[in-house]
Design a protein around this ligand. Structure first.
Ligand code: CMX
Length: 194
C-alpha cells in the first residue's frame, strides 16, 4: 500500500527567504517550483534522498495553509506518503472509520492524485496520500506558465521554476520519476547572477 514518504511539507511565509536556510545553509537543492491554484499555494521542492522537503507558501488569506500560518506560524504542516492505489487506500481507511478530508482523490502538485486524512483521526498529524500519474511532467509545464505570470518571490525561486520547465521539455513523461527529472538546480546555480 505505502511506497515511500513522498515529502514533509513545511509552511513558510516567503519561499525565497526560506532558501537561505534550506538551500544555502543546509545544502539541499531546489528542483522546481509549482503554483497550485486548487490548493492556493506556491510549492518549492527540495529533494532529500528518496523524499522531498516541500516548502508551502499560501497565496490567499483563507486557505487551510494560510490559516495554519496565521494561527501557528511557520513550521511542519503535513507528511505525505506515496501509495500504489489511492482509491483503494481511501476505501480501506474509510472502512476503518478514519475521517477523510477528501473521500475522493483531488489534483495536487504535478497533476498527482492526492487526498488528505484529517488530523483528528491521526493523533494530530495532517497526513496526505498521493498516487503518481502519467500527466505529471505536462502538468508541471502548465503550472510554470501560470506561475510565470504571477510569481514575485525573487530570482532564486523563479530560476528553479524556469529550470523545472526546461527539464520537463527535455525529459518528458517517460523519463519522469515523480517530480524529480533531469538536472537539478544547485545552490550555486541559484546564486549566480542573472
Ligand atoms: N496539522 C495538525 N492539525 C491541523 C493542521 C495541520 N496541518 N491544520 C489544521 N489542523 C487542526 C486545526 O488546528 C483544527 O483543530 P481544532 O479543531 O482543535 O482547533 C482542526 O485541525 C480543523 O482545522 P481547520 O483549519 O479549522 O479546518 P478544516 O477541518 O476545514 O481543514 C485541513 C483542515 C487540515 C484539511 C486544511 O486546513 C488543510 O490544511 N488542507 C491541506 C491543504 C494543503 O496542504 N495543500 C497543499 C497541497 C500541496 C501538496 O500536494 O503537497
Amino acid at each position: 500500500m505505502i511506497k515511500k514518504i513522498s515529502h514533509i511539507a513545511v509552511i513558510v511565509p516567503d519561499l525565497d527567504e526560506a532558501m537561505d536556510f534550506w538551500v544555502e545553509a543546509l545544502g539541499l537543492e531546489l528542483s522546481h517550483v509549482e503554483h497550485v491554484e486548487d490548493q492556493a499555494v506556491d510549492v518549492a521542492f527540495l529533494p532529500a534522498g528518496e523524499s522531498d522537503i516541500e516548502l508551502l507558501k499560501p497565496i490567499t488569506e483563507d486557505s487551510g495553509v494560510a490559516k495554519f500560518l496565521q494561527k501557528r506560524g511557520p513550521g511542519i504542516h503535513h507528511i505525505c506518503f506515496e501509495v500504489e492505489d489511492i482509491s483503494q487506500s481511501l476505501a480501506r481507511l474509510k472502512a476503518r472509520g478514519i475521517q477523510l478530508i477528501n473521500e475522493e482523490p483531488t489534483i495536487g502538485t504535478g497533476g498527482k492524485k492526492i487526498a488528505f486524512i484529517h488530523p483528528k483521526s491521526t493523533g494530530g498529524v495532517l497526513v496526505e496520500l498521493y498516487e503518481l500519474t502519467a500527466e505529471e511532467s505536462w502538468y508541471r509545464g502548465e503550472s510554470l506558465n501560470r506561475l510565470r505570470h504571477r510569481i514575485s518571490q525573487g530570482r532564486r525561486v523563479y530560476a528553479a521554476a524556469f529550470w523545472g520547465f526546461i527539464n520537463g521539455l527535455y525529459h518528458g513523461p517517460a523519463e519522469s520519476n515523480g517530480h524529480k527529472s533531469g538536472a537539478h538546480v544547485s545552490a550555486h546555480d541559484l546564486t549566480a547572477d542573472g
